[in-house]
Design a protein around this ligand. Structure first.
Ligand SMILES: Nc1ncnc2c1ncn2[C@@H]1O[C@H](COP(=O)(O)OP(=O)(O)OP(=O)(O)O)[C@@H](O)[C@H]1O
Ligand SMILES: [Zn+2]
Ligand SMILES: [Zn+2]
Length: 803
């Protein structure tokens, strides 16, 4: 008798371990690790899905062991690496293992998608032949099959005679197309061509094409169009045995437009040194972590590309992570242009079907290079030779929902598993990474100069207090306006950034001081001029902009704060001839909009690119010689110990967009805090100096990277429940942990109420805490049990902010 350990899809504490089920005798030996099955669960007849995570030939458990009811996939959906990774992830992020497994799968496979078996080639056993009849594909529904049939199907899938597809509802089936290919050799075709009737023009065209393209399989519609022939010519050719026609799957290709091919550049000495070191680790299966610290425009991307090339040349695969890929189309084009069809993309801009297609290309080994945002770190690549994380300091690499993983830590885990190097790259590394490089946990590789030794742009700090004193209420200082005018005259381009982190336009009554807030959250509503709406950025609540004050019925409602829309209007008044492209969440909502706007700017159809933080990173436009930051202060004012770090990173990144090619660049930073350290250091863009001075502050205040941090949050419908629970947890932790750590709080979270739930939190700062894991597991068990209804505890290791 064979037994299987099944991880059931019930995310609770009590079910967070595998349960044992009987494998039906007929199927013994044919089930595989990582397959999904349906099992009976609990009392009653409830049937749920689960993943097979182990096998055994005996059970220690006394009492009846229920059998597996059905199998969902005739193929494993998670491999050995992912199973192990899920166990580690569950432990380190304090989440359920089943949630971790589900996080790794494309959403199509999380939903109840239809599964289709597709014949590939070769004869099927008679019993299956009968099942298919003359269909090329049938739906796989194990409930309707006998165990014998199931067994045969599993074997056929193993043998590659059948392939498995998940059908997304609105994409019905994988798209099928007919391909045509020469069936005879060139000499034979030539002989036939010499013999065909002189007036059989279409046949001659076809034969000539086949002679010129002996190996190509071409889509039939394309062939018809190229040659100007019709389908009957091809049909006749197939009957005569000149060509073969085959039906293949057309994958939905998310990058239809042709991408220009590019070739390896001649590296400079620093780049070459970096590639050599990384290549060394690739060839020696060394799971080393490198920190590639290179100033803006120093050619980090070329280092990534050539390092990936080394991995491919060694017969391995490459994984490249970028912040949010939709934000860096230029990067995508560079990688696609270099590696062509070997590249698969994974990012949030793809439809469910497109994502699944890409995932499967990776899973089947057709894609050798994966480029993607955060969740791509789980791409089912095998035999990885290098993992790259571009802009490693970016906060989008932290997952904010369960499982609250750090992409960097997952990347490092996979580096260990695959025995391959991990390259963390940035002009402004996170303090955590830079500190590890100092301690030689990571190896530091530097690119201290821009390509062609171009100078970093000259940064001017504009003191907005003076502008205000001169009674100017504009968002633009005179010096910035003059600088833009100069660029317009020289036909050069300008990038303007409005820093909107934690900052947006709100509505205030000048009579009574009332601020319009969200009814569900403790946060003011944001004014959206377009559509004339007030919006909550936390829960999505919307209402029209009121004409009278809801509090005093007064008529003096005024918008405070600024937004990109308002700045754009002002820009049009000051510089009516300038062509402006605005880039923010509103103008980039539609699929592909972001890329289109950047392409327009890149081809010189605009003079000014005005946008939020989304324009700060990665852009490489040679004609940009001026960068303006309209308000550098907002991210400084946040009650967050990383405020300095984030401001310095942002200002350095955005400054780096100027003067990247042969023309020198300059930068104007408008601020009310010209003397603050982050702004002064951003002036020289000297990361190393910033690192040293910020580390001193962190040391004095016992903050990361000197301490590790964990946030525990309790949320509930009633404020007293949330507050009461977090105080109980604090008491418990004070007893359970050693006194070598520091507990901050409990306090209400920065926004105490979101979507009608109250949030209270505490933060643990620790260096070595032997009791941490068990204490926190107890917290989850004790304070989030079924008896404590409606109270939810979340544990966030290394939160990106303390708010
Ligand atoms: N060895 C080289 N020779 C010539 N040009 C190069 C070389 N390496 C890179 N470049 C070019 O220099 C420019 C800047 O490189 P890249 O965009 O990779 O910089 P980066 O370090 O990623 O910058 P950032 O951090 O600002 O995004 C690009 O246009 C790139 O094509
Ligand atoms: Zn809200
Ligand atoms: Zn009022």
């Amino acid at each position: 008798m064979q037994f299987a350990q099944v991880l059931v899809d019930v995310p609770t504490m009590q079910t967070d371990k595998p349960f044992t089920y009987q494998v039906p005798a007929q199927l013994a030996g044919d089930l595989k690790l990582g397959m999904r099955v349906i099992v009976p669960f609990g009392r009653g007849k409830r049937k749920i899905q689960g993943f097979i995570v182990g096998f055994s030939d005996h059970v220690d458990f006394k009492g009846p062991v229920k059998p597996i009811s059905a199998i969902i996939d005739p193929n494993p959906v998670v491999n050995d690496e992912m199973l192990k990774l899920s166990a580690w992830l569950a432990q380190t992020t304090f989440s359920f293992r089943i949630s971790c497994v589900l996080t790794m799968l494309p959403s199509v496979m999380r939903a109840k998608a239809k599964k289709v078996l597709q014949r590939t080639d070769g004869e099927l056993p008679a019993a299956l032949q009968a099942l298919f009849g003359d269909h090329e594909q049938i739906e796989f529904d194990q409930a309707a099959l006998s165990d014998e049939q199931t067994k045969l199907i599993l074997k056929a899938v193993q043998a590659g005679q059948l392939s498995v597809d998940y059908v997304v509802k609105n994409h019905a089936k994988p798209k099928l197309i007919t391909k045509v290919q020469a069936h005879l050799g060139q000499p034979q075709l030539q002989k036939i061509l010499d013999q065909v009737a002189k007036n059989a023009v279409a046949q001659q065209k076809l034969l000539r094409w086949l002679i010129d393209h002996p190996k190509d399989a071409i889509a039939q519609p394309t062939l018809i169009k190229t040659l100007g022939i019709n389908a009957s010519t091809i049909k006749t050719a197939a009957q005569k045995g000149w060509v073969t026609q085959s039906t293949v799957e057309a994958l939905r290709n998310p990058y239809q437009k042709p991408i220009q091919k590019n070739y390896p550049l001649q590296l400079n000495a620093d780049q070459q040194n970096a590639v050599d070191h990384i290549a060394d680790s690739i060839h020696n299966d060394n799971a080393k972590v490198y920190l590639l610290e290179g100033v803006t425009g120093s050619g980090k991307t070329e280092v990534y590309l050539q390092a990936m090339q080394k991995a491919l040349a060694a017969g391995k695969t490459a994984l490249m992570l970028v912040p949010e890929i939709a934000l860096t189309p230029q990067m995508v084009n560079r990688v696609k242009g270099r590696f062509g069809n070997l590249v698969a993309m994974l990012h949030s801009g793809l439809s469910m079907g497109e994502k699944y297609d890409e995932w499967r290309r990776i899973d089947q080994g057709d894609a050798k290079v994966v480029v993607g945002a955060r969740s791509a770190v789980f791409a089912p690549l095998q035999n990885i030779g290098i993992i790259i994380m571009d802009e490693e300091h970016d906060s989008s690499y932290k997952q904010e929902d369960t499982p609250r993983y750090s992409t960097r830590e997952v990347a490092k885990w996979r580096g260990q598993y695959n025995h391959c190097p991990v390259v963390l790259g940035s002009a402004t590394p996170s303090l955590e990474s830079r500190a590890r490089a100092s301690k030689h946990v990571y190896e530091l590789l530097m690119l201290p100069h821009r390509i062609n030794n171009q100078a970093l742009p000259a940064v001017h700090i504009v003191d907005m207090r003076n502008e205000m004193a001169n009674n100017v209420t504009s968002d633009f200082s005179q010096s910035l306006v003059d600088a833009i005018k100069l660029r317009l005259a020289r036909k050069e381009q300008t990038v303007l950034m409005l820093n909107r982190r934690g900052y947006s336009a709100f509505l205030l009554c000048r009579d009574c001081g009332f601020v319009l807030k969200c009814p569900n959250c403790d946060i003011s509503l944001t004014v959206h001029l377009k559509g004339h709406q007030m919006q909550c950025h936390y829960c999505g609540y919307e209402q029209p902009i009121p004409n009278v004050c809801p509090n005093c019925q007064g008529h003096h409602l005024r918008t405070f704060g600024t937004g990109t829309e308002k700045v754009e209007q002002e820009l049009n008044q000051i510089l009516p001839d300038a062509r402006v492209i605005r880039m923010d969440v509103d103008t980039t909502k539609r699929k592909g909009a972001h890329e289109k706007l950047l392409a327009r700017f890149g081809s010189g159809q605009a003079d000014i690119l005005l946008g939020t933080q989304m324009i700060a990173k990665g852009l490489d436009f040679p004609n940009v010689t001026l960068v303006g930051v309209l308000n550098a202060d907002t991210s400084l004012e946040l009650p967050d110990f990383r405020a300095n770090e984030k401001t310095f990173q942002l200002l350095t990144q955005v400054s780096g967009r100027a003067g990247r090619a042969d023309k020198a660049g300059s930068v104007y930073i408008q601020t009310f805090n010209p003397d603050s350290q982050a702004i002064q250091l951003a002036k020289t863009q000297d990361y190393e100096q910033f690192y040293r001075s910020e580390m001193r502050l962190r040391h004095l205040a016992n903050y990361p990277p000197y301490f590790f941090t964990i946030r525990v949050t309790a949320s509930a419908t009633y404020e007293n429940q949330a507050a009461g629970t977090i105080y109980q947890i604090a008491n418990f932790l004070n007893g359970a942990l050693t006194n070598r750590n520091i507990i901050l709080g409990p306090t209400p979270s920065a926004i105490t109420r979101v979507n009608n739930k109250y949030y209270y939190q505490l933060i643990i700062k620790y260096k070595h805490e032997p009791n941490l894991q068990s204490a926190l597991e107890t917290v989850l068990n004790k304070y989030q049990s079924a008896t404590r209804h409606g109270i939810y505890i979340s544990i966030d290791p290394e939160p990106v902010s303390f708010m």
